[in-house]
Design a protein around this ligand. Structure first.
Ligand code: WTA
Length: 653
């Protein structure tokens, strides 16, 4: 492991200095430990109290938890009744109507606009009344295929207001991917826009929807928000303009009060095989998970301006752009652009302009910006930041250090948050005022989350520290997914039947001598070479230590002699000139050991990534093993044209 990975960074003293920062909710590790232990000893008491404190109930619950992991019949706050949009909007709009709920940072700099809680209630109500007039009823599903505009949030909340189940499809998905999701969920309505804008480019959103809907009979209407105003195909009576419809309806709509366990949304996520799963989240438990983690993990305080750079089409956008911040009455920034448009300073301009206090982004963006160099960060006033977060994949210690030093000026806590679409909210994380950080470690479990490390083979729990295995959760928690849409079997088989009685995350994990958790990556990314277990993430971290390497992706390739061998794909920083791959091999030998040395290193211009920035190692594995005719579904690749280039590089090497 690198030196950076051994470093321990205490909570920055600035965060604990009352003259500089608001007092953190949890301001010492002892307080975290005490609360954590209480939450695990008596989860019913902990979650019952928090549910009353953080949510508004139209009818109180009596039972905190029913069911369990064994049978997959988990139900939280069973008799309770509430409404998600009331909790996110009304209760704040009544006391604080002029507080800004959403700041829209549009693709072109200088075009931001704000929506107050009062205005949000009007918009959500008008849309909810529109949806009602179209005949939609509680339990119907609505597909949302929208660019990053505040109206997307309005669409989420209007569905929730009526007990409709939203199924958001990331607006970068192709027509085919959209169609299969619409069909699987039997969505009756699609809410979309004429076009989207991202990084100065136009996305032909409505045209993509039109193609998706060819031969798709469940959809009765398409409601189109006007984002750019360009001429787009429009076929009445199926298609309706958002602005024309909303204008017809009154700006108040009574919320439909639903049961705690009524579904709030579906979100499709890809498994390692097969077609995407429609992960189902229910109302009260999900909202509680979103509200409590947002409050404590980002240490949200009354006047904060919080900015999450994810897309609303992914779980991070659901929980930490929309539900978490709004449940807490916060101000959330909705960012339409990219980290490099119009220049790699964009994030820092946005932080300075809006005085963002918490920034949440992904390691892939951090690595990209690190690669451009510090000059793009310097000169921007980032002093408003207190907490900077990372999510989505393990963050290399080197990228972590850069984030901490250059962006955070060693004055911000870095929260490396580990969670999944299925967990609904963060499960492993430091707390900004309490946890000493180790770069690359998601540190400790959040309140009420009882984690364990199992031996992958035997399924036995590995007690104590200094252990390696797979990460599981031992008890139900409120925001866990309840099922896979119309496929409970698949839910049981993927998550609850793998290790009976546990929720299986699918991730490898280590718990070090101090009890810190280190996510090693998906279990299917673990490589076994000559009996040694290696993590792709660890080898990648080693490669990135080399001064020329920008990004690395490591895969295991079948090897008759050693079981598997390590192959690595690396992109180099600009202007590196000649780089000898032997130096990179040496770097891995030096950092981890000879057994981890890649057998082959390919220097490439780009890596295959999903639109959310995850490296698709599966594609690399197929290419290297000469199965590039069996790549499977590559529709989630951000840039499919890189596939032939990669095949070429591998064949030439
Ligand atoms: C990975 C994203 C290491 C992990 C919220 C998980 C992480 C998968 C981290 C879920 C992290 C997410 N450190 N790995 N901080 N956060 N992952 O469903 O492999 O898009 O299982 O949810 O991302 O991805 P998903």
């Amino acid at each position: 492991m690198s030196d950076a990975a051994h470093a321990v960074h205490q909570v920055p003293s600035r965060l604990l200095d009352a003259s500089k920062c608001p007092k953190p909710h949890i301001d010492s590790f002892e307080t975290y430990k005490k609360l954590y232990e209480e939450s695990i000893k008596d989860p019913q008491k902990f979650w019952g109290e928090k549910a009353k404190e953080l949510l508004h109930w139209h009818k109180p619950f009596e039972t905190v938890l029913y069911g369990g992991l064994e049978h997959g019949d988990v139900a939280w706050f069973r008799e309770g009744e509430l409404n998600a949009s009331y909790n996110c909007v009304d209760r704040h709009a009544y006391v604080n109507p002029d507080k800004v709920a959403i700041i829209h940072e549009a693709d072109e700099p200088g075009n931001s606009r704000s929506i107050t809680y009062g205005e949000l209630l009007h918009q959500v109500s008008r849309l909810a009344n529109t949806l009602k007039s179209l005949g939609l009823k509680k339990g119907d599903t609505v597909a949302i295929y929208m660019p990053m505009v505040p109206e997307a949030a309005v669409a989420f909340l209007a569905c929730a207001r009526l007990g409709l189940i939203h199924s958001v499809v990331f607006a970068g998905f192709s027509s085919e991917a959209l169609r299969s999701r619409i069909i699987d969920a039997s969505s009756k309505l699609v809410i979309t826009a004429d076009e989207g804008r991202r990084g100065g480019k136009t996305i032909h959103t409505k045209k993509i929807v039109d193609v998706a809907l060819e031969g798709c009979s469940t959809v009765e209407h398409v409601l189109v928000f006007r984002r750019t105003g360009s001429e787009v195909p429009f076929s009445a009576p199926r298609d309706l303009w958002w602005h024309e419809e909303l204008e017809k309806h009154r700006p108040y709509c009574p919320p439909e009060i639903v049961n705690s366990e009524d579904p709030l949304f579906l979100l499709y996520t890809s498994g390692s095989t097969g077609k995407p799963k429609g992960v189902v989240h229910t109302t009260a438990g999900y909202l509680l998970g979103a509200a409590i983690t947002f409050k404590y993990v980002f240490d949200y305080q009354e006047n904060d301006i919080y900015g999450c750079m994810a897309d609303i089409g992914w779980i991070t956008g659901h929980t930490y752009i929309i539900y978490g911040p709004l449940l807490n009455g916060g101000t959330t920034v909705l960012f339409e652009s990219t980290p490099v448009y119009p220049s790699p300073s964009r994030y820092w301009q946005v932080v300075a302009q809006h005085k963002i206090t918490q920034l949440y982004t992904a390691p892939t963006a951090i690595r990209l910006l690190r690669r451009y160099g510090d000059d793009y960060v310097k000169g921007h006033d980032l002093s408003s930041l207190r907490v900077i977060g990372s999510v989505g994949e393990p963050i290399n210690p080197e990228a972590w250090e850069w984030y901490y030093e250059v962006v955070g000026r060693k004055e911000c806590s870095v929260v490396d948050t580990y969670w999944q679409t299925e967990t609904g909210s963060i499960v492993l994380t430091p707390l900004p005022g309490a946890t000493a950080m180790k770069p690359g470690s998601a540190t400790f479990p959040f309140f009420g989350i009882e984690t364990a490390v199992l031996d992958a083979e035997s399924g036995k729990e590995l007690e104590g520290n200094d252990v390696e295995g797979v990460l599981v959760i031992k008890k139900p928690w409120p925001s866990m997914a309840r099922t896979v849409y119309a496929n409970h079997h698949r839910y049981m088989d993927t998550y609850l039947n793998v290790y009976k009685g546990y929720y299986f995350t699918g991730d490898g994990v280590g718990r070090d001598h101090d009890g810190y958790y280190w996510i090693r990556g998906r279990v299917d990314d673990v490589i076994g070479v000559s009996g040694h277990r290696l993590s792709t993430a660890e080898i990648e971290s080693a490669l990135i230590l080399h001064s020329s390497v920008a990004e690395a992706a490591v895969i295991g390739v079948h090897d008759d002699l050693t079981g598997q061998s390590v192959h690595a794909f690396c992109t180099l920083k600009p202007n590196q000139g000649e780089t000898d791959v032997n130096e990179l091999v040496l770097q891995v030998r030096k950092t981890i050991g000879s057994f981890a040395a890649p057998k082959k290193i390919y220097l490439v211009n780009d890596l295959p990534k999903t639109r959310s920035g995850k490296i698709m190692r599966r594609v690399l594995r197929k290419i290297v093993s000469g199965e590039s005719d069996q790549l499977g579904d590559v529709s989630t690749l951000a840039d499919p044209s890189i596939v032939p280039v990669l095949i070429d590089s591998v064949q030439k090497s």
